[in-house]
Design a protein around this ligand. Structure first.
Ligand SMILES: NC(=O)c1ccc[n+]([C@@H]2O[C@H](COP(=O)([O-])OP(=O)(O)OC[C@H]3O[C@@H](n4cnc5c(N)ncnc54)[C@H](OP(=O)(O)O)[C@@H]3O)[C@@H](O)[C@H]2O)c1
Length: 303
């Protein structure tokens, strides 16, 4: 396959590139600063500059690709959610998706599939229910962003492009994502659950995110919303206990919700809430998860 990748130089995307290269796929990689990724270039990967919001000479590449993967977005937990930062979080996702949609509209030959990032934050904080792909939208900033983000990608469906919305959970691997923030206090013997610990922690190993993207690219039956989470969701408390066991540190110092709110502002809601998301569509369609249990995922990461 020949694929156009956007927002794929980060925590998830850089691993996706490795996997796609190994499988022999050809890649057009859009990046805001392609110079930084010159070492990735070869006969199977070409780099194109874009600004994540406007059309440019990259647009002609759309005619030549079978599929698009768009993971673009300012890091959600990078900075405090001031009004200004909230605008950046939203516009980086909407503008990039809109630019890709405009490029698809213009193309005479359309790609077959668009895989667009989203997040389980769409569902907001859900205490008891099992949350499958049909569950209602929640409230809050993240839920609103996810809705707008998905709506921005929807017009591709009218162009007969198969659109997959990856409602992704908390992605686990070293070198980025949630573990990079959660693990350091544990290493200093000061780790423990955030808030009550009773909130759901819808995790997924990064290898499975990559596996699911490949699966969605290759299987025409996969379309629409896909809960990209492991089959066995755990609570924050159980997650921290498993982490403590694997890295041989106690999980005994809970961080009170009120302290998190003072420290992080509105972003604390993301950590103090959660949802028992289940990957119903993936399970029904036969996707074989590499990591079903959080203990096995953490052992793979740290041992
Ligand atoms: N990691 C998780 O746990 C998780 C969970 C749920 C959903 N997601 C979503 O999945 C996507 C990929 O996640 P990730 O962890 O790989 O993210 P990441 O490491 O932050 O990478 C995101 C990519 O987006 C581009 N980008 C960043 N800020 C931008 C901005 N202001 N304007 C335009 N482009 C910008 C960057 O590409 P260039 O600098 O090369 O242009 C970067 O490589 C994100 O949209 C994220 O919200 C992630």
């Amino acid at each position: 396959m020949k694929l156009l990748l956007a927002g794929c130089t980060g925590f998830i995307g850089k691993e996706l590139i490795k996997e796609l290269k190994e499988k022999g796929h050809s890649i057009v990689l859009l990046a805001r600063d392609p110079e930084k990724y010159k070492d990735l270039e070869n006969e199977k990967l070409i780099l194109k500059q874009w600004d994540g919001k406007s059309l440019g000479d990259w647009v002609s590449e759309i005619e030549n690709v079978d599929g698009i993967v768009n993971l673009t977005g300012e890091p959600i937990a990078g900075k405090r959610w001031t009004n200004r930062q909230k605008k950046v979080l939203l516009s980086s996702r909407l503008d990039s998706t809109n630019a890709l949609i405009q490029a698809i509209n213009k193309a005479k030959k359309k790609p077959k599939v668009l895989i667009n990032a989203s997040a389980v934050g769409y569902y907001g904080n859900v205490e008891n229910d099992l949350v499958n792909e049909g569950y209602k939208k929640g409230s809050g900033f993240l839920a609103d962003i996810c809705e707008e983000w998905e709506n921005a990608a929807k017009p591709a469906q009218k162009e007969n492009v198969r659109v997959v919305f990856l409602r992704t959970g908390i992605v686990l691997e070293k070198g980025g994502g949630a573990l990079e923030k959660i693990t350091p206090p544990f290493m200093m013997f000061a780790g423990g659950p955030l808030g009550s610990g009773k909130q759901w922690f819808p995790w997924i190993h990064r290898d499975d995110v990559i596996g699911i993207i490949l699966y969605a690219l290759e299987n025409e039956s996969v379309s629409g919303i896909i809960n990209t989470v492991a089959p066995e969701c755990v609570t924050m408390k159980d997650f921290c206990n498993e982490l403590g066991k694997v890295i041989k540190r106690p999980s005994w110092a809970p961080v009170p919700g009120i302290a998190l709110k003072v420290l992080l502002g509105e972003m604390a809601d993301m950590l103090l809430g959660g949802q028992h998301a289940i990957p119903e569509k993936l399970t029904k369609s036969g996707y074989d998860f590499k990591y079903k249990k959080v203990g096995a995922a953490l052992k793979n990461i740290y041992e």
